[in-house]
Design a protein around this ligand. Structure first.
Ligand SMILES: Nc1ncnc2c1ncn2[C@@H]1O[C@H](COP(=O)(O)OP(=O)(O)OP(=O)(O)O)[C@@H](O)[C@H]1O
Ligand SMILES: [Mg+2]
Length: 246
């Protein structure tokens, strides 16, 4: 990965693995380094509606952390109430997801900011339309990936499947971050990270801890930055993205 990346696409081995908090941590750390960061959560589902239009919570949170004034409709062009994969939710709600429209919005935001942090939806192979999977959008955006993986048992399989798919499809992966999103004790965690590192050429950039006070950290920017920098190898990530010296 020698070219300077325009941004990063944060994907996961699953939904609920911690993509949003890691995306937010990364945005906050980059901003603290003086980088003008734009954000996007192009496809959000399972959004609460309170009787009005569905509210894209991830997009709103990322917008707040980035402190950007971009329209929420640009940051999040598609939001669904149904707790379903985006393509399935779209079909149920009678909407057609247009990847070129998303790409146009991404280009608009990219033109306004130095670096883009884009959060995916669920895992990597989620449908976005009939017979179309999320990597089609990633290829249009031409962004390297950051893969967030569960730290618990089963993650070796999920992580390697995702990485091997990326390799096969020519998708660049800047690194993997393991994330502990449940408090359950799991004796495999100690070795999982090491095994994944041994079996793939993609660097492990760190392991994000389980946060007893998840809501508190989410709402406390300084604390989020502290936890992120303590556990994630930012130097290596910046080097992988060609951002060293920014
Ligand atoms: N590090 C953590 N510590 C404690 N709880 C966590 C952590 N990360 C995630 N969680 C829990 O898991 C839930 C899902 O996390 P998060 O929303 O970040 O996942 P996601 O990968 O962004 O999911 P989606 O695919 O819906 O965007 C959170 O609401 C929180 O309850
Ligand atoms: Mg999320």
């Amino acid at each position: 990965m020698s070219m300077k990346a325009d941004g990063i696409f944060i994907t996961g081995t699953d939904t609920g693995v911690g993509k949003t908090l890691i995306a937010a941590g990364l945005v906050a750390v980059l901003k603290d380094q003086g980088i003008d960061v734009g954000v996007m959560k192009p496809l959000e589902s399972g959004a609460p509606s309170f009787g009005s239009a569905p509210i894209p919570r991830d997009a709103l949170y990322l917008k707040e952390i980035a402190g950007v004034h971009d329209d929420l409709d640009l940051i999040n062009p598609y939001c669904f109430q149904s707790q379903l994969a985006p393509g399935v939710a779209a079909e149920k709600e009678g909407v057609q997801i247009d990847l070129l429209r998303i790409k146009g919005m991404y280009d608009e935001l990219k033109g306004r900011h130095q670096f883009m942090v884009v959060e995916g939806a669920g895992g990597l192979l989620v449908p976005v339309a009939q017979g179309v999977l999320l990597p089609e959008l990633i290829k249009l955006m031409d962004l390297p990936l950051l893969l967030v993986a569960r730290s618990s048992l089963g993650t070796i399989n999920h992580t390697l499947l995702s990485l091997f798919y990326c390799q096969q499809e020519g998708l660049e992966v800047a690194g993997v971050i393991m994330s502990k999103s449940t408090p359950d004790a799991d004796p495999s965690e100690e070795s999982n990270a090491q095994v994944v590192t041994q079996l793939s050429a993609v660097p492990l950039l760190g392991s994000f801890p389980y946060l007893r006070d998840y809501g508190g950290v989410r709402g406390n920017r300084a604390f989020l930055v502290q936890i992120f920098t303590e556990h994630i190898d930012m130097e290596k990530l910046l080097e992988r993205l060609g951002l060293t010296g920014c």
